[in-house]
Design a binder for this molecule. Sequence first.
Ligand code: GAP
Length: 596
Amino acid sequence: MTADRTEGERLTELAKRRGYYFGSSEAYGGTAGFYTYGPQGAALKSNVEDAWRERFTVQEGNLEIDAPTIMPEPVFEASGHLDTFDDMLVECPECAESHRADHLIEDNSDLEDAETLSLEEAAEEIAALDLVCPNCGAELAGQSVDNFNLMFETNIGPGSSDPGYLRPETAQGIFVEFPRIKEYARNRLPFGVTQVGRAYRNEISPRKSIVRTREFTQAELEQFIDPERDEPDLSAVEDVEVLLYPATEQQKDDGDYIETTIGAAVEDGSIGNAWLGYFLGIAQEWYERVGVDMDRFRFRQHLAGERAHYSSDCWDAESEVDGDWIEIAGFSYRSDYDLSKHAEYSEEDYTVFRQYDEPKTVERAVVDPDMSVLGPKFGGAAGDVKDALERLAERDPDAFDGDEVTVEVDGETHTVETDVTNFAVEEQTINGEHITPHVVEPSFGVDRTVYTLLAHAYEEDEVDDEERTYLSLSPEVAPRDVGVFPLVSNVPELVDLADEIVDDLRAAGLSVVYDDSGSIGRRYRRQDEVGTPFCITVDRDGLESDGETTVTVRERDSGRQVRVPVSALADELGAVRGGDRTFDDLAAEYDELTDD
Ligand code: GAP
């Protein structure tokens, strides 16, 4: 067997050989960080995306959008990505190869959170650890560590006057369009908006095949809430058992996991926000459903220095492969950061009206400046002075206590006699107020989910004294639903029936692969290795059976077989793929064969 290879190595080999994924543009030498999904991989990825949509868009009653991947520069000025979306770069003085400083440190020490170091601390750590360039072996001590912005820049249209960027997260496409999307949600919080699409990051050192790439797919949900009023339905997930690794435990020498339930963790504050708890709960159930091994899964809270610029609390879903933990999704409390920034930088309204249960009577400070005095005194600036006085009354009524009041317009201070402003405090009845919604964001990496599913599904065993490799992928996401084989290819009745079955199953929406070459055992092995959950063999016994024509249906992992009427195949296999039936149900209903 292949015990001497790492999980990653054997996966990369299988992925390339069986058409899951491979490095792109290899005919031209390849480009690090870009991968092409082959026929199996593209189908698996698309099934994962469909399963995600079904859970996070359809079942949650959310709205899905599809925004462009290139956005103009002002979007990223506002979002903060232009200033702060950086990784730490250290360059080799000999071969000029670039490296991610925090990864070099983590790979060569016990430190797990080098991302939280400052640039100077990272440079000191590199020197203290005597780190060398992984490419040429030159010493890196003394090299500066610098910030490197991860966004890919481009020019929109000819010339360079209109810069744009490939989006580093799909989320900005949702935030920017909020003023329009809120109308589709009838201006009523809470509501969620989802998007599945490509994101781009010019990673300093892409690695682990599809785990860290420069172009990848995210499935993101932005949940817009009124932080003072909206609560999730925690009862739906309160009993979900989770393995948590909170920041406080990570900081202790003997820190440990907490085994708890979502309900208890929200109650005792281990998870500081009910919405985050809700999403961790439904995410864990979803990951389990699509095939992540729950013994190799945890939620880890970000340390303060590790959080993105927009995040006030963040938990990662992590899966274990080769002894390393991989972040497969992030769950972030983004507060009103993004919407407030886009409101500040654009002319649009990023608020929602919060209607009070009962109208309220409030006191409002107002002014009604006498323009016959302001006009001659301030000339062209009189209108701006009036506006500034109105804003000041709202913001700081006490400023009108004295005989004079001052305001600044375009950097110039103007003094007005308070009498002239006609300052007054009035009672007003209001029905509500405009608030900027807060955002809770589950953000899934689709490629890392695919990688985890393949790594966790990879199995080796022996069948009939032969080594076998198989992928125990869940029927819901496996690239092909079923293989159909005529037992022998030179008997027209068997071939014709196999063809008919293929047509029927495809018409029922199942993904079918037909194979009539090689021994039946070889054909099983080929499908086992790509993870096809069921294989149908059309044999003489089935043609000759009394009453209905039957075929054998073989289950991938166990090799068990049952004889099923052809007329029931599409319904039964469709039900298994949809999670409504299991192979055990089929075995209970139909005759199970005793031999493989
Ligand atoms: N909108 C929030 C956001 O983008 P993130 O933690 O930077 O948060 C979310 O990214 C997810 O996207 C990660 O959990 C990971 O699964 C995936 N991801 C991020 N960078 C990636 C890369 N270079 N290659 C593949 N997947 C990546």
